[in-house]
Design a protein around this ligand. Structure first.
Ligand SMILES: Cc1cc2nc3c(=O)[nH]c(=O)nc-3n(C[C@H](O)[C@H](O)[C@H](O)COP(=O)(O)O)c2cc1C
Ligand SMILES: [Mn+2]
Length: 491
């Protein structure tokens, strides 16, 4: 079913949209915006974002206004990447094509990207309201409590946390959760290995506070950049500028000197001090669990707050399956995994998928096997390359006739082409995270956040591939011919 408005192609080609408000207008023009009036910040915004994202055929960006207890116009937007069309538009790609076509178009575009340095400007809409000192009150925003057992309200879910590497000066922009802990205090949870965490550890090792700026409501392209696992050397601002084809406009933050988007909705600046801790969590995470309990974590002491008139929070509510409302991350991560396999010299990859129903937990690679050992090589590279390594679990390799996005086909291949005694391999002590629900309590107590990987080779064994029983269901050619001749049966 198409819900696109007639002028959608024109809109999609245009990357003129530069802020969150332009994006909301664009979703509306596409017929993919739903405005919801009168929802409660307490559980209703989170619950509706989750439920509507999973309604078959819904795929709309949600804009909550007149939030209970808050003035009209102070809004929350969620599900910004709920459809493949919105995902494609964010990446500046034609949106009227299939997911795998979008992925191929992105692979081609991403190879040409030239990181585009930011353009520094002296003012922007984000400075419409400047609040400092005792006047700062983070509770003025209609921040949702997303899930029933969350104790706090997370202003930062689809946020951008900006930090600078104290050694190299490199800027990083990452999406890390931020729970309001006081009028001018906000938690910052960063998993080990993530770039903001590496920066923090470096500042703390010197006994210095880390300067931080955090954005709650930017153009969704920036959210895509900050949450899709770009390589450590990539400045996410410069990547977003490259995708957009023009530099992002930033203002130098008066308190920290960090670059902040000139057209953002809400920004805070402050410092994370070593040895100052507050209770953080729990938060219902992208894995679908409360994996880590309340813990003492460093937080941001907010020294300045900037916001637009009638500010809009960009929020993100985790879904099950994970990523149902993050079509961009799906495209970027799948394409990056494919590129990583090729860069490692694995030939004849036909398709890859972080299986949609399992998030990163099941990576499926379809290859045309050319030599003995080819399937293991693909699996081992995939298991450790940056794109798939974080909290991975199962790596399945299938033949070229299996669509990795079709879980039923993948399971059929596993059942019929693999043999548990011969086809499995286990790798221990790999990169995981405290958010992994399967890390046992005793390991958690030792802060040993690793897990194992299982490789499942579900390709036909290479040395007797030619003798493997032939597939009996209709061939792709016969299927196409039947669909064509009997098209009336397939409406
Ligand atoms: C909605 C959303 C919330 C996220 N929350 C966190 C978080 O709280 N902490 C964290 O370390 N990573 C979180 N992530 C994952 C990181 O944003 C992601 O891995 C990102 O690429 C990290 O950037 P970095 O590689 O520059 O550190 C989240 C991702 C998404 C999509
Ligand atoms: Mn980064």
């Amino acid at each position: 079913m198409s819900v696109l408005a007639p002028d959608a192609p024109r809109l999609a080609q245009s990357l003129q949209h530069r802020d969150l408000r332009d994006w909301i207008r664009l979703a509306q023009d596409l017929g993919q915006l739903q405005t919801i009036d009168g929802a409660d910040w307490d559980l209703e915004i989170g619950g509706l974002s989750e439920l509507l994202a999973l309604e078959p055929g819904h795929h709309r960006c949600l804009l909550f206004d007149n939030i209970k207890g808050y003035q009209a116009g102070w809004r929350v937007v969620t599900d910004v990447f709920a459809s493949k069309e919105l995902g494609a538009i964010a990446l500046g790609l034609p949106h009227d094509q299939s997911r795998s076509e979008i992925e191929q178009a992105w692979r081609a575009k991403s190879r040409q990207l030239k990181l585009t340095p930011v353009k520094e400007v002296t003012t922007g809409a984000v400075l419409e309201n400047v609040v400092r000192g005792d006047d700062i009150d983070l509770f003025r925003f209609p921040t949702p409590r997303w899930h029933e057992a969350d104790t706090g309200r997370y202003l930062g879910t689809g946020d951008q946390v900006i930090t600078r590497d104290p050694d190299t000066g490199q800027i990083n922009v990452g999406t890390y959760r931020m729970m309001i802990q006081g009028r001018d205090k906000i938690g910052l949870y960063i998993s080990p290995g993530h770039h903001g965490r590496i920066h923090r550890d470096k500042y703390f090792a010197r006994g210095e506070p880390m300067p931080v700026a955090a954005v709650f409501g930017a153009h969704p392209l920036l959210f895509a950049a900050s949450s899709s696992g770009l390589p450590p050397s990539t400045n996410e601002y410069e990547w977003a500028g490259a995708v957009k084809g023009e530099p992002l406009e930033v203002i130098r933050g008066p308190v920290t000197g960090l670059p902040i988007p000139a057209h953002a909705e809400i920004v805070v600046e402050g410092f994370v001090h070593p040895e100052r801790l507050m209770e953080e969590g729990p938060f219902g995470e992208w894995t679908g669990y409360y994996a880590s309990a309340v813990r003492q974590e460093p937080f941001v002491q907010v020294e300045a707050l900037y916001h637009r008139d009638d500010p809009i929070i960009l929020g993100y509510c985790p879904t099950r399956p994970p990523g149902a409302t993050h079509e961009v991350a799906r495209t970027i991560i799948n394409a990056a995994l494919w590129d990583a396999l090729e860069a490692a010299g694995v030939p004849d990859v036909r398709a890859v998928s972080m299986a949609p129903s399992a998030g990163r937990g099941m990576v499926v690679i379809s290859i045309c096997t050319r030599y003995a050992g080819h399937a293991r090589q693909a699996a081992l590279v995939a298991s450790q390359c940056r794109e798939a390594a974080y909290l991975g679990r199962y790596i399945v390799v299938v033949d070229e006739d299996i669509d990795p996005n079709n879980v039923d086909e993948v399971l059929w291949a596993m059942w019929t082409r693999s043999d548990p005694e011969e086809s499995l391999d286990l790798i221990r002590s790999c990169w995981s995270t405290p958010l992994d629900p399967r890390i046992p309590p005793e390991k958690r107590a030792r802060r040993e956040f690793t897990n194992s990987r299982l490789i499942i080779d579900a390709t036909r064994p290479f040395h007797w591939k030619q003798e493997f029983p032939a597939v009996s269901s209709a061939s792709p050619e016969l299927r196409a011919a039947l669909r064509d001749k009997w098209s009336g049966l397939f409406q």
